[in-house]
Design a protein around this ligand. Sequence first.
Ligand code: NDP
Ligand code: PYR
Ligand code: MG
Length: 647
Amino acid sequence: MSLKGSLFMNNPLSGISRMTQSQSLRVSVHPPMVVAMMNPNTRLERNVSVSVDSAVKEVNAPMAVEIVDPKLKQHSTAVGGGVEDVYGEDTATEEQFDTPWSVSVASGYSLLRNPHHNKGLAFTEKERDAHYIRGLLPPVVVNQDLQVKKMMANIREYVIPLQKYQAMMDLQERNERLFYKLLIDNVEELLPIVYTPTVGEACQKYGSIFKRPQGLFISLKDKGKILEILKNWPEKNIQVIVVTDGERILGLGDLGCQGMGIPVGKLSLYTALGGIRPSACLPVTIDVGTNNEKMLNDEFYIGLRQKRANGQEYAELMNEFMSAVKQNYGEKVLVQFEDFANHNAFDLLAKYSATHLVFNDDIQGTASVVLAGLISALKLVGGSLTDHRFLFLGAGEAGTGIAELIALEISKQTQIPLEDARKKVWLVDSKGLIVRSRLDSLQHFKKPWAHEHEPVGSLLDAIKAIRPTVLIGSSGAGQTFTKDVVEAMSCLNEKPVILALSNPTSQSECTAEQAYIWSQGRAIFASGSPFAPVEYNGKIFVSGQSNNAYIFPGLGLGLIISGAIHVHDDMLLAASEALAEQVTQEHLDNGLIYPPFTNIRKISAHIAAKVATKAYELGLASRLPKPENLVAYAESCMYSPDYRNYR
Ligand SMILES: NC(=O)C1=CN([C@@H]2O[C@H](COP(=O)(O)OP(=O)(O)OC[C@H]3O[C@@H](n4cnc5c(N)ncnc54)[C@H](OP(=O)(O)O)[C@@H]3O)[C@@H](O)[C@H]2O)C=CC1
Ligand SMILES: CC(=O)C(=O)O
Ligand SMILES: [Mg+2]
């Protein structure tokens, strides 16, 4: 091996010493450029791609390389269709093995194909010269704002949301900074595209629309190799992982491997809403099969074509994954469990809370966002939490997670024991009201809610029996808040609080329009997926979006900036308070119990600061000294999608 040029040698992060392991390469490096190579046989790429990333940060310049492999050089002498078949592309046949060399170079043509560094027409004249892209672009030079304007115009041309989704994913693959600029500057318009409801449809059709992997797929076939798989991911400094096994994707059920759209979407929000660097985010899907016959029979399905593994086989794969994560990224990487079915979700959270920095978005994030909404709603309906009665339709992750946080907050506010606070909260599942006589047959997470009461079969009867002031839908079953249900709530309450949390829109317990019309405009309403404003009796009603997207980006940022080693319930309460504080009198006057998403980065900084403060108070923060102004510090840590200037 020979090296020309000295950038590698001068860069302590380049890992160049490991390169000597490969004797079959001759590498020419042209200053001021660096190289990224991928050769699965030599495993050289891991060291080298780290060097590329580090070098980009240091010199802020894209990079280039020329690789000549002696073996491949031999191919070039063979007669082929090309003028000089250096890589043997023309001579290789299906029977003849070829080496999948790929040179990933952040200059010239490859720079334009590198989503992290590409700026499209925004490359300046100087950059076009310095980075070998003159002539590869048309002559015009535009700024990022004009690019945003153009892309938004293009996206608005699409009528079908899934086409908008695909256009956004294509942009993310092509020009990451522009993608985030678009999302941040147009968050209200684009959130329903990259997130619920459209992401649900994208997952259902993921096999058909799949173009390129946007995260790591780990399947049963990979048992024993998970650490190796993590090392295949091009980024090394991961701070947040969102992982799903695809068994409960929104309210759409088991979508198997195609659930990948969810971690990808959630992590886009970590960056856009919470300011976590995209390169620090890792989406993961654990594929243990699917019980969804439709997926299994779909010729375009991308996952393992088998029934779900469970029991020991499942536990062992998850355990290998969690161990590999800690080994590869350290103990401060945040692992967010997302859209697991409840028979695994509670156990995974309990098991790994002891050893890892883990958070279940559906149980904990949802609880925090709903509590925030209730704190705001109290300003409209009066009283304190303990003065209210809460009834849930749905007693799974979301339902019991929220119920527990409400009870915890009541217990803290009133100093009554948690068990007594829980008595303010009632839940209905598919078998009716959860009551004491059902105790023995209940799943463990429902048992604390089995209060003394005679059996009640339907939601409507439960409303009549319990007389709730707040009705929360967390069932995943659409149209279950019927006219009778909303009218019953409106008979009992001057201002009934009705939250239809289930996603996507098709699974919402009722629409905003139904809630306002059936309550004669009296409902305080919010939903998991967004609804357009509703006109009723000459008045416009704007409903809030009660979605954990308000919480997890800020919570994650708070954990990261404080170097937290554990997620504590008090951090969830702190996040709720921080979010509720962002609701102004003007919002309340409009019936809104959540602030608009437009200011979400500011909101996330406040949530992060409160969470971090709690981490320091609880002795769970490892980043010392504590910054004086945590809001300012959180804001200063946030990723900006504005283009960098290349030297
Ligand atoms: N807005 C937000 O931020 C969030 C919304 N969600 C949404 O909440 C929904 C539920 O999620 P999750 O709690 O994780 O799901 P789970 O599967 O854990 O729980 C669903 C619960 O609903 C009950 N249920 C289902 N259908 C009916 C029905 N027709 N009548 C009465 N009860 C019913 C189930 O009953 P049983 O136990 O008897 O089977 C179960 O208790 C999903 O649609 C999800 O998208 C989730 C997280 C966040
Ligand atoms: C929002 C969310 O996390 C869910 O519906 O599962
Ligand atoms: Mg979820």
